[in-house]
Design a protein around this ligand. Structure first.
Ligand code: CTP
Ligand code: MG
Length: 395
């Protein structure tokens, strides 16, 4: 989002309408709050607007009594949009959003978008905003490619598809013009989009190219398809981690989330579980999201003696928050003693549990260094980890 406000008429506000009941989408919570790849449908568009440099504010119009649903759905989103309560029809919900903008400083331009169209490419926002330099209304459209026909059980007359377009959102408007149009058209039928309302008041609306990614989720099958499309858009990413801790007398030995009886324990940050620290760094590495020290500074007293399991859960949640999945982790422990073999299964089980992935996706290996170096002299234990994750590319 753009930083400082530069006066009302320069402000561009995104209104995401999410107050519908999703009746055609079947059972379950309203479609805008269902998860696709671990993220709520509504969170996708909200984040896409928030990420765009030309957008100054994002409103989410929600249904009466949906505050908790909306807050939970957006809990892990990168921004918290302003929540506004919508109405019984889409038109009423948009109007509630427009009224809120008017009451909170106004705007030069608004983009009105269906929460049920989660995958919003930045290029479409660019095209719509660019169009607003030429007309007070701009809509993204795609040509109709299928053959069209009338009929209800029996094939009727063909329909000429020449010049027919499928209308998508976000639709962009000059703020004052669309607000006046909504006021003027109130009570005159229920328009399914805002461009019709603008046009009914005699204003020009121009067409720009939409995007197939913007299809609206309407029926149950659309969710399966969206999940599959997103899975296909996920790219594998690999991160590595490395850590060393000193072996000392009088400390407990924690390795791979398991306490091991041993004459020496590891000293250092938290419980000094060198294997889990390497694992956390591998996961953060795959996310390109800093390292364990930047998230849990050793200088911060709250992490003294902390269980490293918490760091692993934190890294796991960072992956989930970005719609990613951890596909595999592989660790190597480097030490003369203790022997790792007897504890391998317990460590794998504990790590699988912490990451919430099957045991088959967790590998633990161990090696000595032929008594060479610090590990060979039993002065410390080193651990290496590699994490492979699948992460959706931002749409
Ligand atoms: N919408 C809204 N307020 C309403 C009705 C719809 O904000 N009273 C929003 C929906 O949440 C959706 C968008 O308008 O993001 C497009 O509407 P549609 O796809 O028809 O969604 P629903 O009305 O929720 O679904 P259905 O018609 O199947 O019940
Ligand atoms: Mg509807």
């Amino acid at each position: 989002m753009r930083g400082a406000m530069t006066g009302d008429s320069n402000r561009t506000v995104a209104i995401v309408v999410a107050a519908g009941r999703g009746e055609r989408a079947g059972d379950g919570p309203p479609k805008q709050y269902r998860a696709i790849a671990g993220k709520a449908v509504a969170a996708y568009a909200v984040e896409a607007f928030a990420r765009h440099p030309a957008i100054d504010a994002v409103l989410l119009v929600i249904g009466t009594g949906q505050d908790d649903l909306a807050r939970t759905a957006l809990a892990t989103a990168s921004i918290a949009p302003t929540l506004v309560t919508g109405g019984a029809t889409r038109q009423a919900s948009v109007r509630a959003g427009l009224d809120h903008v008017a009451a909170t400083g106004g705007a030069g331009r608004v983009l009105i978008h269906d929460a049920a169209r989660p995958f919003l490419p930045a290029a479409v926002i660019d095209r719509v905003l660019a169009g607003l330099d030429r007309a007070p209304g701009v809509i993204p459209v795609l040509p109709v490619v299928d053959t069209l026909a009338r009929g209800d059980g029996l094939l009727g007359d063909p329909v000429d598809r020449d010049g027919l377009q499928r209308v998508q959102t976000p639709q962009g408007f000059d703020f004052q013009t669309i607000l006046s149009a909504h006021v003027q058209q109130q009570g005159r039928g229920d328009a399914t989009d805002d461009a019709q309302i603008l046009k009914a008041c005699g204003h020009d609306v121009i067409l720009v190219e939409g995007d197939v990614a913007l299809e609206k989720l309407t029926h149950p099958g659309d969710f399966t398809r969206a999940e599959r499309a997103l899975a296909a858009s996920r790219l594998p990413r690999t991160g590595m981690g490395y850590d060393v801790h000193r072996l000392v007398e009088g400390e407990e030995l924690w390795l791979g989330g398991v306490r091991i009886d041993h004459a020496f324990g590891l000293s250092g940050h938290s419980d000094a579980d060198v294997a889990l620290h390497a694992l956390v760094d591998a996961i953060l590495g795959a996310l390109a999201d800093g390292d364990i020290g930047s998230h849990f500074p050793p200088s911060d007293p709250q992490w003294r003696g902390a269980a490293s399991c918490r760091f692993v859960e934190y890294a796991r949640d960072r992956v989930a928050a970005r719609g990613g999945v951890i596909t595999h982790v592989d660790l190597t422990l480097i030490c003369e003693a203790p022997r790792i073999g007897p504890h391998r299964q317990a460590m794998r089980a504990r790590i699988a549990e912490l990451l919430d992935i099957p045991l088959s996706r967790v590998s633990i290996k161990a090696t000595t260094t032929e008594r060479l170096g610090f590990a060979g002299r039993r002065e410390g234990i080193a651990a290496q980890a590699v994490a492979t994750i699948l992460l959706p590319e931002p749409l």
